[in-house]
Design a binder for this molecule. Structure first.
Ligand SMILES: NC(=O)c1ccc[n+]([C@@H]2O[C@H](COP(=O)([O-])OP(=O)(O)OC[C@H]3O[C@@H](n4cnc5c(N)ncnc54)[C@H](OP(=O)(O)O)[C@@H]3O)[C@@H](O)[C@H]2O)c1
Length: 342
């Protein structure tokens, strides 16, 4: 995700409502307040936010457990959709009234956001604001990984951990769309049902089972690609499911535990362990990023991919929305309906 300004906005006189994190901690530290409308600089666009979506890194930023630390106070929120309200000097790509979606390090949980024009994308006609807001982080992360990092091929076996979460369910959808056979691993019936409805042909509820043995039963020939946004105890049995020459992509550690993998497994399997971090991919692979985004936007625009929205909250309920994600209970994406908030 591209970074943005780190302080609270101070600009125009009119106030806007926004979620604010004054001290690091649990989701409940986030409050909703009136703040001055953010100032607009050259090359920037002011967007009236209609919907925003919650991502696990929002929880980590509020707790100060993310790779980067953001000074308090700050407005959390890493993806949003809305309507262009004002254009800064030098902006040619948008006009007032355009519907746009964007991703930021923070600032999205507010009635207004100011973002660099280069970070905004036009919402395809026919896609509503909630689904546009829920698309930018999870589906882009999953698609860049499957397309460019894992180079998933039609007919391959894809194993997805955390398959009912935001990024995991996006990987299930996109993997199935790319012609892979998808095995979903998750902790509840509801999550596995969601994964099945988006194309997973196998589902494993890992609670109380020996995951390594379950994977052997379900994937007799092994997997080609493992997509892991969870880490912890699930990572090693998932890696053991790889057939010779397979690829394991480490995406995140929602379990809170960074796994340690015995390197002999890599030797024995002739497999590759790969990593992905969005901002590094954007910096080091801009051509692949642009190509993938074009392909992904076409899938969004023609209705081939519709993000799964598991829960919707008002801006006033932002702490509850963050809590649902923090506890790993969200199915698909959690959305804040900012426009519906009084
Ligand atoms: N590399 C990147 O560029 C990038 C981009 C976006 C996100 N991420 C990372 O990807 C991970 C998933 O993000 P997300 O937005 O998909 O999150 P999410 O919707 O909350 O899903 C995370 C999943 O992790 C599992 N989980 C296991 N233990 C958990 C725990 N103690 N607390 C919470 N969840 C737990 C849950 O699945 P089960 O209940 O089935 O175990 C949950 O559905 C995060 O670590 C995030 O930071 C990385």
């Amino acid at each position: 995700m591209p970074s943005s300004r780190s302080a609270l906005p101070h600009g125009k006189a009119a106030d806007v409502r926004a979620a604010v994190c004054h001290t690091y901690g649990e989701p409940e530290v986030v409050t909703v307040e009136e703040l001055p409308s953010p100032p607009l600089g050259a090359g920037q666009v002011r967007v009236r936010v209609v919907a925003a979506a919650v991502n696990f890194p929002d929880v980590l930023l509020v707790a100060d457990h993310y790779q980067l630390s953001v000074p308090t106070p700050f407005v959390p929120g890493s993806e949003f959709a809305g309507v262009v309200e004002e254009i800064g000097d030098g902006v040619r790509s948008f006009t007032v009234g355009d519907r746009v979606m964007g991703t930021l390090m923070m600032g999205g949980f507010a009635e207004e956001v100011v973002a660099g024009a280069e970070g905004l994308l036009t919402i395809p006609s026919g896609v509503d604001d909630r689904h546009a807001a829920a698309f930018g982080v999870a589906h882009r992360t999953a698609f860049h990984i499957l397309r460019s990092v894992a180079a998933l091929q039609p007919g391959e076996e894809l194993l997805v951990l955390g398959a009912g979460g935001g990024v995991g369910l996006a990987a299930v959808q996109l993997g199935a769309q790319m012609g892979a056979s998808v095995t979903a691993v998750a902790s509840s019936v509801a999550k596995l049902e969601a994964a099945a409805s988006y194309g997973a042909s196998n589902g494993i509820d890992y609670r109380g089972v020996d995951l390594r043995a379950s994977l052997r039963t379900v994937l007799r020939e092994g997997s080609d690609v493992v997509f892991d946004p969870v880490g912890g105890e699930l990572a090693e049995p998932a890696l053991r499911s790889l057939r010779w020459g397979g690829r394991f992509v480490t995406v995140g550690y929602a379990s809170g535990v960074i796994p340690r993998i015995p390197l002999n497994l890599v030797l024995l399997k002739g497999c590759r362990i790969l990593g992905f971090q969005f901002r590094d991919f954007a910096e080091h692979a801009p051509e692949a990023l642009a190509r993938n985004d074009r392909e992904l936007w076409s899938l969004l625009g023609d209705g081939s991919i519709v993000p799964h929205i598991g829960a919707v909250f008002g801006l006033d309920e932002v702490a509850n929305a963050l809590r649902l994600v923090a506890d790993g209970r969200a199915v698909g994406k959690v959305v804040l309906d900012i426009a519906a908030t009084p």
